[in-house]
Write a protein that binds this ligand. Structure first.
Ligand SMILES: Nc1ncnc2c1ncn2[C@@H]1O[C@H](COP(=O)(O)OP(=O)(O)O)[C@@H](O)[C@H]1O
Ligand SMILES: [Mg+2]
Length: 219
């Protein structure tokens, strides 16, 4: 079983949105997937509650637990034959971010394209570097134009940090999908948001499994 952690000590950067969308994409690609919600606000769990109201069959499982139970939950998921665990984390908690990051096969760090956000993100970066975890920063809420993205890319390059080439746009499709417990690619598979999620999932697979399809042996 592989473990993908979505971590940023900043709130409102798209962690839960990407964690849920990537977990949905993994299920669509045939992976038995569990989400672990470490955020006391439990946004991912509420999303899943909404999703369950419309009974999506063969869906991802979700479990909301305090981070102290993370090792147990992960080994139980592995024992149950899960292929992938996606961990969603809260903002502001260094301890919980540590718990998730140190166990991850890959850490995704969503970051808004703004200089102050890059500065805040360096704390998360220190953490993944400390544990020597494979990671990438993904720029989220990218505006369609303006110099913000280019400036942020430059700031990240100056940190010599790994930047995912897939840009997540500032798109209403992300929040609209969540209203019905869906991910953007389920709402409209031909939308730009859908393409971004699919591309991000592929990028993560390449780095987590060395295989664009997510590993033929499931993992
Ligand atoms: N790329 C995006 N474009 C537009 N809105 C987004 C995007 N990603 C997330 N959102 C919305 O922004 C809010 C915060 O996103 P969320 O994923 O909950 O952030 P976090 O988990 O980091 O706090 C949510 O209402 C979500 O629907
Ligand atoms: Mg969240």
């Amino acid at each position: 079983m592989k473990i993908l952690a979505v971590v940023s000590q900043k709130g409102g950067v798209g962690k839960t949105t990407l964690a849920t969308a990537l977990a949905v994409e993994a299920v669509r690609q045939g992976k038995s997937t569990v989400m672990v919600d470490l955020d006391p606000q439990a946004s991912a769990s509420f999303w899943k509650d909404t999703r369950e109201a419309s009974l999506v069959e063969g869906d991802l499982a979700i479990t909301a637990v305090p981070s102290s139970r993370l090792p147990h939950v992960l080994s139980a998921a592995e024992g149950a034959g899960c292929d992938l665990a996606v961990i969603d984390t809260p903002p502001f908690s260094k301890d919980i971010a540590y718990e998730a990051a140190q166990r991850a096969d890959f850490v995704l760090i969503p970051t808004r394209p703004a200089v102050l956000d890059v500065m805040a993100m360096t704390r998360t970066l220190d953490l993944v570097k400390h544990y020597q975890r494979p990671y990438a920063i993904a720029l989220t809420f990218c505006p369609p134009q303006g110099r913000e993205v280019a400036d942020t890319v430059q700031a990240i390059e100056a940190l010599e940090a790994t930047l995912c080439p897939v840009r997540i746009g500032n798109r209403i499709a992300y929040s609209r999908a969540q209203q019905t417990g869906r991910a953007a690619q389920e709402l409209d598979a031909s939308s730009k948001a859908a393409q971004e999620v699919v591309d991000l999932y592929k990028y993560i697979c390449i780095h987590m499994y060395n295989d664009v399809n997510g590993g033929s042996d499931n993992g």
